[in-house]
Design a binder for this molecule. Sequence first.
Ligand code: FAE
Length: 565
Amino acid sequence: MSESNRSKSPQGPVFSRRAFLGRSAMTAAAAAGATTVSLSAFSPSARAGWFDKTVPASPHEPTQIASFYTAITIGSGYGSAVTALRLGEAGVSTLMVEMGQLWDQAASDGKVHCDMVSPDARAMWFKDRTEAPVANIMGLPLVDRNIDQYPGVLDTLNYDNMSVYVGRGVGGGSLVNGGMAVVPKREFFEEILPDINADEMYDSWFPLANRMLRVNSVSDAVYNSDYYQFSRRAEACAHKAGFRTADVPNVYDFEYMEAEIAGNAEPSATAGEVIYGNNFGKQSLDKNYIPEALGTGNVTLRTMTRVVGIRQDANGIYRLNLETIDASGSVTERLEVSCQYLFLGAGTMGTTELLMRARDTGTLPDLSDRIGQGWGNNGNFMVSIANPVWNTTGARQSGMPVKGIDNWDDEDAQVFAEIAPFPAGIETFTSLFLAITNNPERGYLTYNPDADRVELNWRADQTQPSFDAAKKVFDRYNKANYSRYRRGLFKGNQPYADFFTYHPLGGCILGEATDYYGRLKGYQNLYAVDGSLLPGNVGVNPFITITALAERNIATVIREDLGLS
Ligand code: FAE
């Protein structure tokens, strides 16, 4: 863990007057759009469940946009949010296009997001049933629920042998993630990206990302509360087995969590809220970068609008086809918008899909044949452990992990296993780990013209290196603690989950499909800015690296390509 990640409290003021203006701009745009519960909330499907179902808010009507902007950023996750802010600060008229909604309106239960215990339509992006990563409690399928289709906050892209979880809405993955904000070990960063100046990254860009995202660490008072018994227990067991543990910083505000625990603030992380969004406490991008960007007065946000096609005119101008949808998913408007500089921040899967579609259908035929290559799952591998009865883990658990077993320096079993909560509301004697392993296996994406989407080519046996490494660590853990592997939590009844990832990376790798600043080969003024740039595996949770690289890249692009400072 790097020193810069150890700070106990967020450094420096990042809530500027500009962010305040930006937040007001978001609210004003929203107010101009729709009422909180509009007609579609009275649709037959909503009425059918009138007495027993929460009625979600109707998404805001999208803001009107012009036909040309100097720059467009696609998506509103980490890469896009950083890019939009820095372009806005440089005075560049910029449009940010996001397919999901702005999550700031309460549903009929008074809350913006639902929790994990009783999820509803708000949970998932147009699905009939939730798809929680831990689907069962002790073998019983008690976790997932049938839900109404709605533009919810979490999406699963299901491919053969691998499901990819992604966030949908203003803020992208920051809305649904566990907030773990980890700077990679420098040695590993230098190994995977040898051509990026590591001094610059570690002296400037990682600290900037930490500061902007308000990364902080758990306080002793919070860590010693009931809500982290699960973590203290697993740490003690890890130490007994001879492993080191490390702090895992987070963007969840631990002062807020302390107030939650004391009963002085609305509970969020302590009330089973994470993967379907947090109502309070989490510093997601809609609380920092995005309002800052809108507050510059140069950035416009268009929600519920998906970019479906990209082409280039002879004069170099990019033309984008957009589709706007409503709460039912029906297309309400099709429009075209153009720009001089185009930044793709639609996430690893979204950016790669847009580029492969453009290359393979001939609208941007000169894109590199490296696009779609080098996809990795960041070595994600979940493990569940059954503790002996004297090792209780607690009925009350905070949703934000704060510690991990750090076995990365062991060449035979390179594992960083974060101690994850299992907030079932009862004592389960279960410890859960999200292990990040050094899996060198890579998949690739192909564009399927019939389905008009990309397919992930990933064989089931490609998770074997993760399995082998994790097994070495947890066999030793179990032996020292009289614990054993716990079945009954994951699909397939294995004590581990290797069939999904929260961390899809690659597809437009720096230095392969792009230059070392994300400029896509074959075209000018066309950039990838998100997780697709990273080579499949960063050894830790990726959003700090995505943010820091986006900061580094856009600083150079603004200076060199736009001739601004
Ligand atoms: P991302 O955040 O995925 O944003 C892309 C955005 O583009 C989304 O809002 C999309 O809706 C939008 N989009 C996609 N296609 C289009 C289109 N065609 N037109 C318009 N908009 C589009 O991109 N990482 C950590 O570092 N720590 C964690 O604790 C952690 N926990 C996670 C837990 C979960 C459940 C999940 C799903 C992810 C987690 N991650 C975590 C991963 C992290 O959130 C992810 O790496 C970043 O969000 C990726 O950032 P990007 O900028 O690449």
